[in-house]
Design a protein around this ligand. Sequence first.
Ligand SMILES: C[S@@+](CC[C@H](N)C(=O)[O-])C[C@H]1O[C@@H](n2cnc3c(N)ncnc32)[C@H](O)[C@@H]1O
Length: 240
Amino acid sequence: MIGTSKKSAAIRQMFSAIAPKYDLLNRMLSLGVDRRWRRSAVSRLRCGNGGMILDIATGTGDMALAAAAVTDGSVRIIGVDFCGEMVEIAATKITASVHRERVGLCIASCEALPFSNNTFDSVTIAFGIRNVVDRVLGLREILRVLRPGGKLVVLEFSTPRSRLFNTVYRFYFSRILPAIGGLFSDPGAYRYLPDSVSTFPDGERFAEMMTRAGFVNIGRSELTLGIVTEYRGEKPVTPC
Ligand SMILES: C[S@@+](CC[C@H](N)C(=O)[O-])C[C@H]1O[C@@H](n2cnc3c(N)ncnc32)[C@H](O)[C@@H]1O
């Protein structure tokens, strides 16, 4: 099931418009560092032989493929996203990869995951949770589909704490990035990016949201001077 609210429909439409240029702009605007962020996140995964990993807001599939690259050949990975155009690009990349037999895709919203309770050993969501309209419901859905003891790893943009670096970064993020994004793709989408990052409750506030949703053993690390934060949490082994 995909999100039906006006806001989530607008977000889905925006991602449809930028899908063809998404990978190119990602590499260009992050100067290639986005790959390193995903590698860090997948190094945190917990998944034994024959296990299952879910990548939510999989977009063009980079995180699902990064997870496949570090896990045993018996592990199955499913990428879900509510934007069909992004999933189509992911499907092309997965088909061309050596991991095609064990990475599957599905069109669904984070707030209504089409999976049974206690299915996955680990769940990832990279640069997706900021766009999820009902984050509390989304986090509860993730908790529901994780197995007891299973792990969630979230990557999301955050606001650097160093004042000097923050000034430089804000200039890049709010002026240069939308200008370059607008040249190659939908200008509105690359204005939405800095706006959505500035309103996202990052750091301790998002960690608290994870706790309220029911996660335990919460941890977080800042990457690249705090441009991105990696959040980790686990589903309790015994119900609270
Ligand atoms: C910035 S992209 C991130 C893609 C990918 N995870 C990556 O690391 O490049 C955000 C993705 O989240 C998806 N998305 C946003 N809200 C969603 C929701 N509520 N449910 C499922 N997917 C969602 C969008 O369609 C888009 O593909």
